[in-house]
Design a protein around this ligand. Structure first.
Ligand code: FE2
Length: 359
């Protein structure tokens, strides 16, 4: 059974510099390392940790390595979404019997610290899902890794707790195929659906369905472009990424005001929110605990449903291609994804898209 997000791996062109960025801007700490010093001649991986979030940053050491080819095609991005599992072999076999394609078969890595069990299947684009059981492994990360204790970098405090959801962008008319995939191979259930009537600006539109695990801890929205007057932001992603891939990772915080203040002071760049958004806010979401003036200063978005409300904000793309970005989210009862913010948000994305000449 898959229980939660275990880690997110990024293939990047320069993992050493990426490690510095995620530590200095997003407040991660060094955790584990694999590379030539540990006998790994093929690639270098830095594992970073913040509360329950693990990011793995990997760069290959030769141009012929498949990781180098991946990065050449897609640019820096998410290559793997790993889930914790109490029985990776069973979850893998179930997925394969129900139509998933293997990336690698079930295997066990062993060293003096115990056994690390894993298997992996392919998902959209060139992204994989691995199933990991490290409950019988007492080493720092997995066999072949040592502790990674870089000198601390100056960084204002942010508090990111766990991965809330990870969104995939897939090609036109492919959303339902991938919804079926998660339903059949992972036994995930449909959660929420958005159509172009929910998510359409004057120009660009998208459709989205959210798949989730039974325990609600794994949420995977899937977007596809919809026809608008001009190019959908999802199509822009697909063009630059050379196919489907991960659009954003949402990280949960328990204090979005101090976290966004810290991230901004650390140099994180966020999508701009028009001032008019805050003039309408009180009418739209009613009474909230936070000071609206503070939200306006930090440009934090708010949305409400029948269960409560959420606060959120989205970074600009975190690499030169307009592909992957990060969402910061705080939930106060609401389990949605910020439908009421889509219009304000997408108009902001379109302003950026227009600057790039892609709208
Ligand atoms: Fe999101």
């Amino acid at each position: 059974m898959l229980s939660e997000f275990k880690y997110v791996e990024f293939f990047v062109s320069n993992a050493k510099q990426a490690s510095h960025y995620y530590r200095s801007v997003f407040g991660f700490k060094g955790y584990a390392y694999s590379g030539p010093e540990t006998g790994n001649e093929e690639f270098v991986s830095y594992v970073l940790k913040q509360n329950k979030i693990f990011f793995v940053l990997t760069t290959a050491l030769s141009d012929e390595h498949p990781i180098s080819k991946w990065v050449k095609k897609h640019g820096d991005g998410v290559s793997e979404i790993a889930f914790s599992s109490n029985a990776p072999n069973e979850d893998y076999n179930y997925a394969i019997e129900n139509g998933a394609q293997s990336f690698y078969d079930y295997k066990e890595f062993k060293d003096l610290n115990g056994v690390y069990k894993t298997a992996a299947v392919k998902t959209y684009g060139e992204v994989i899902h691995s199933f990991i059981d490290s409950s019988q492994y007492s080493g720092i990360w997995k066999p072949g890794f040592i502790e990674y204790n870089p000198d601390p970098v100056p960084s204002n405090e942010v508090d990111l707790l766990l991965v809330d959801h990870i969104v995939g962008n897939v090609e036109d008319n492919k959303m339902d195929e991938w919804v079926d995939f998660y339903e059949k191979s992972f036994n995930f259930k449909p959660f929420i659906e958005f159509t172009e009537d929910d998510i359409a600006t004057k120009y660009s539109a998208l459709r989205s369905k959210v798949m989730k695990s039974d325990n609600n801890k794994i949420k995977l929205p899937i977007n596809e472009p919809a026809k608008g007057l001009k190019k959908s932001q999802i199509q822009e992603y697909i063009d630059y990424n050379n196919g489907a891939g991960v659009q954003h990772i949402a990280l949960l915080t328990s204090d979005i005001i101090s976290t966004i203040a810290g991230l901004r002071a650390n140099g994180a760049e966020f999508l701009d929110v028009p001032d008019t958004y805050y003039d309408e806010l009180k009418n739209r979401v009613g009474v909230i605990d936070e000071d609206i003036q503070k939200l306006r200063e930090l440009k934090i978005l708010v949305d409400r449903d029948s269960d409560g409300y959420l606060l959120q904000l989205f970074t600009k793309p975190i690499q030169d291609r307009p592909t992957l970005f990060i969402e910061i989210i705080q939930r106060k009862g609401c389990q949605g994804f910020g439908k009421g913010n889509f219009m304000a948000l997408f108009e902001s994305i379109e302003r950026e898209q227009k600057k790039r000449g892609n709208l």
